[in-house]
Design a protein around this ligand. Sequence first.
Ligand SMILES: [Zn+2]
Length: 292
Amino acid sequence: MNPIPEPSVIVMIGASGSGKSTLTRTWPADYRLELDSYRWAVSGDAGDQEATADAASLLDAVLERRLARGLTCVVDATNTRTDVRKRLIEAAHAHHLPAAAVVMTTPLEQCLARNARRPDNRRVPEGEVRRQYQQIAAARPGLRGEGFEHVVTDDRLMRLRLLLQRTVDRLHADQRTDADHVERARRVLANQFFGEDLAAAFTWTQLRPGHDPIGEIAAGGDRLTLAYRTGFPDPMDWGFEAEVPCLGGCSGPAWVPVRTPMDLLAVYDDDFPEHVVRCERCTAGTSVREAV
Ligand SMILES: [Zn+2]
């Protein structure tokens, strides 16, 4: 059951470390207006407090344009200040939409502990967390009076099923639109070794029965050719090799094991140890250094 109607403006209210962002992520990505993300967008640093004013103006602009389209917004910020909440309520009402407050009930000790575990640039001073917590406790009884049509606490929101269902729906949609399941499964492989950005630039170029699959990572006019080797007895040794010119000077492709993005960078920069190179033609199975 979701006690908050949509479309609406959903205002998260909680101290730093109260778990607002985790709960906010149960709504679709486009609903989520996160002050930290806009800080990051304008300054490159999600924790840059000096970027707050610029970030807030971006948030307001996106809020306004979404509400003009009648779309739900979930505002993920501490929202401890009365004037900030007032602005959000007015924006909702200007578009004839209800405003809902979601109040986090996480105990102060837990907020403090979570805040303390954050990276330096995302951690707020302990006194600030206590102050936010007290401000929210003081504001809570008056939220309806401020103009919120709905006031709910986080423990009343049963969002896990929605999150699971949306994830399952997305998986099904992906499977329907992705004709080549093998390609998809093997992109997962590239992702595991090299991360999301490089996997996005990766495609399989040669999938032949009885041969190791070959693919490439390409960006602009640059490319690295990779083969996935599964011939080793221990599956833990399976992995990619990158194609390099044979150091022995023959025309055959030679290969260097690449297990990490650091290995790929070394191949691109021609900065790998010669003894790891294996040529298919002139020195198959032995190192070039031994052969030369
Ligand atoms: Zn060779």
